[in-house]
Design a protein around this ligand. Structure first.
Ligand code: ZN
Length: 199
């Protein structure tokens, strides 16, 4: 076992974003990940629900676009070999949690891998709506959040991630993801969802 320190990453207290050019992407906030009875429970995810809900309220009133990704697997899905069965299509665990239920006008992107862009219309829709900024929240920080943030950055969208809007299975994974988003993808790490101001 080697113990390492997480390299520093930049954190800002607040950021202003133009609502008309911003999309909030809520990653995989589904029962299987967020609820204790779920098949791939992330215990710290529940604490992000309220900060995400407040962010969505303000984003909707400001007129920002809201996207959700919904991780989705089918019979004999190869991901079951890695993680066990989870978010099987049509089950309770697959559904997005009630507290963050998508509203009319929100867009739900069904995805089959970690990356919200892979094999989905997400990039096309962001372009159609003239989006330049993506605010990415949800779970799991170093898996689907990181892959989606990376994929957004590779397409030159600006990436913003609030720390209290993401969750991981342990602190190392959380900080490693934030470090990558800052260092590699030049995203902006904001301390809390309340620090994101829509104008
Ligand atoms: Zn999955």
């Amino acid at each position: 076992m080697t113990t390492v320190e997480v390299p520093e990453y930049r954190v800002v207290d607040s950021i202003e974003l133009p609502a008309s050019k911003t999309a909030v992407i809520v990653v995989d906030m589904q029962n299987d990940f967020v609820k204790p009875e779920g098949k791939l429970y992330v215990p710290t995810a529940q604490a992000t629900v309220e900060p995400i809900r407040r962010l969505l309220d303000r984003a909707r009133s400001a007129g920002a676009r809201i996207f959700y990704t919904q991780d989705t697997h089918y019979d004999n899905d190869p991901e079951y070999g890695i993680w066990g069965e989870h978010v099987r299509y049509g089950t309770w665990g697959w559904e997005i949690i009630d507290e963050l239920k998508p509203q009319p006008g929100d867009i739900v992107i069904v995805k089959t891998r970690y990356d919200g862009f892979y094999g989905t219309p997400l990039d096309d829709l962001l372009r159609v709506f003239g989006i330049e900024y993506t605010v990415i929240v949800g779970t799991v920080a170093n898996i689907c959040v990181l892959h989606t943030a990376a994929s957004a950055a590779l397409r030159w969208y600006k990436v913003v991630v609030p720390i209290n809007g993401i969750s991981a299975l342990n602190d190392f994974d959380l900080h490693a993801a934030l470090r990558q988003i800052d260092f590699l993808y030049k995203g902006t790490i904001v301390r809390t969802t309340d620090g994101i101001v829509f104008k």
